[in-house]
Design a protein around this ligand. Structure first.
Ligand SMILES: [Cu+2]
Ligand SMILES: [Zn+2]
Length: 184
């Protein structure tokens, strides 16, 4: 009788511990990338790691060449995507990895081959999916992934002289829904 009671207490304690260990944040996020005509040109899957966010990018039907790849400050993608605002920059930094720390939304250029398809994984340690943190992509106005027509020169403020915005995707919570409303 007393043993059962003891097990019951341990069980409750274990549940409470597990509850505390769960981070108050999204573990995964996604963005469905569309061009200015509304055509789907790829997806980004974001996963929270202990010290960074891993972004898995899958592109198709993109123009070959070098393209800037950023997180922008507003989760709104209305062509020509100026709606996505400037680079995500909660730290108030100057743009570019060659100028200093750079914006939290700054990431390396993408090199799209002639096929227009690219699969690449990128780490961004300056952002988080955890809500309530100053560098969370899930802030009040959300965030978006943007791909530009030109390459980022990694130093010109405020946006690396990367030209037009070719594609945009609002970062949403959870895994990408294949064939869902965002996948068109
Ligand atoms: Cu950009
Ligand atoms: Zn920037």
């Amino acid at each position: 009788m007393s043993l059962l009671k003891y097990l019951g207490v341990v069980g409750t304690a274990a549940l409470v511990t597990a509850g505390l260990a769960l981070p108050a944040s999204a573990e995964t996020a996604n963005a469905a990338l569309k061009d200015k005509t509304g055509k789907s040109v790829g997806t980004v899957e974001l996963s929270q790691t202990p010290a960074s966010v891993l972004l898995k990018l899958s592109l198709k039907g993109m123009p070959a060449g070098e393209h800037a790849f950023h997180i922008h400050a507003v989760g709104k993608c209305e062509p020509p995507f100026e709606s996505a605002g400037p680079h995500f920059n909660p730290g108030g930094k100057h743009h570019g990895i060659l100028s200093g720390e750079g914006h939290a939304g700054d990431m390396p250029n993408l090199h799209v081959p002639a096929s227009g398809q690219l699969e690449v994984e990128v780490i961004n340690a300056a952002i988080t999916l955890a809500k309530g943190k100053p560098n969370s992509v899930f802030d009040a106005d959300g965030s978006a992934v943007v791909i530009h027509a030109g390459k980022d020169d990694y130093k010109s403020d405020p946006a690396g002289n990367a030209g037009d915005r070719l594609a945009c995707g609002v970062i949403g919570e959870g895994a990408a829904t294949v064939g869902g409303p965002q996948a068109r």
